[in-house]
Design a protein around this ligand. Structure first.
Ligand code: GZL
Length: 325
């Protein structure tokens, strides 16, 4: 108990949100030597996707009898690194995290390795030459998500002569989803010269930034035919800017996004979005299975991809009543 309190004090002084035991609730099944403590360093609470992801992790830890120490880094890498260090000092069984950006992790992950604490990457990957620094990556194929968005645009404008002007609300600069969704989308778009990306800027995966950047796009561009928002929340923020400019989203500007949150599917059902590629945040159950295997020293696959789909308006209307997030 004292250690937890000290960890909370240290974390508090650093402006970290470190919640010991939240979601983990009861001690691990069987307690004693079988008890597993998972230290999870979350990116932040920037989007509806992230909220659902956090809920899935906290609820799954409780269901699995795993004690969860959880931190919210407010989208700052320094906070995530500090949280990982605090988990190392607390001698947790396993560390898992969703790296806010792809680079800058080797030093702290080597510290975890030296401390003999296995690490699992969830949701976002890292760009490191040393693949011994983590046991597994559990998450989506972001390149494919970007490709699906690009394929939809190419299909929509197959008979158009062009130019088709495209604006892109990018995710957090340096993050795996931003890098890979851009790659997947661009590989499709660059195959046809009628497609012109006339504006592309970081909207940090938030509604507020999505609105702000879209306002600047609308001021600087005389015509935008398509908006590719790399998550629903930036697309939802952009709706305000588009409507404030006297334009009709979904008609004057076609909108394709990624995530598939309830609000994103509602915008699609309402005709304000035109297509939504799913990115599944409900990683909790698979993560807890991985944590138990890794804690027991079992070998696990080094990459586990989640299953996902995509939605047009009819599919959104059908999915909404039972949408978990
Ligand atoms: C993707 C995830 C992204 C979501 C955004 O797996 O990392 O971060 O697409 C979230 O909504 O902010």
């Amino acid at each position: 108990m004292l250690r937890t309190r000290v960890a909370l004090l240290v974390a508090g002084a650093l402006g970290l949100t470190v919640l010991a035991g939240c979601g983990g609730g009861s001690t691990a099944a069987g307690g004693g030597s079988g008890a597993i403590t998972l230290g999870f360093a979350q990116v932040g609470a920037e989007s509806g996707w992230r909220t659902a992801n956090t809920k899935s992790i906290q609820e799954s830890a409780k269901d699995a009898g795993i004690t969860l120490k959880f931190s919210d880094a407010q989208q700052k890498q320094a906070n995530q690194i500090q949280a990982i260090r605090s988990y190392i000092q607390q001698h947790v069984s396993v560390i898992a995290f969703s790296p806010v950006v792809e680079t800058g992790w080797d030093t702290v992950l080597k510290e975890a390795k030296t401390a003999n604490i296995p690490v699992i990457l969830t949701d976002r990957a890292i760009d490191s030459k040393d693949t011994t620094l983590y046991k597994s990556f559990l998450g989506s194929d972001f390149v494919n998500e970007g490709k699906e968005a690009g394929d939809w645009v190419a299909k929509q404008y197959a008979s158009a002569t062009g130019p088709v002007n495209i604006a892109v609300l990018e995710g957090t600069t340096g993050s795996a989803p931003a890098n890979d969704r851009s790659k997947g989308f661009d590989d499709v778009i660059k195959a046809d010269p009628k497609f012109k990306v006339v504006a592309s800027q970081d909207g940090d995966f938030t509604r507020a930034q999505g609105k702000q950047v879209m306002e600047s796009f609308l001021k600087s561009q005389s015509k935008i035919d398509v908006l590719f928002a790399q998550n629903d929340d930036m697309g939802l923020g952009a709706l305000d800017a588009i409507q404030a400019a006297g334009l009709t989203p979904g008609k004057d500007i076609k909108i394709v996004t990624v995530d598939g949150t309830h609000d994103g599917l509602q915008a699609l059902a309402d005709g304000k979005f035109n297509y939504v590629v799913e990115c599944n945040p409900l990683l909790g159950p698979q993560l807890m299975d991985l944590v138990k295997k890794v804690a027991a020293g079992q070998s696990v696959p080094n990459r586990i991809l989640t299953k996902e789909t995509a939605f047009d308006q009819a599919a959104a209307k059908a999915a909404l009543p039972s949408r978990q997030y």
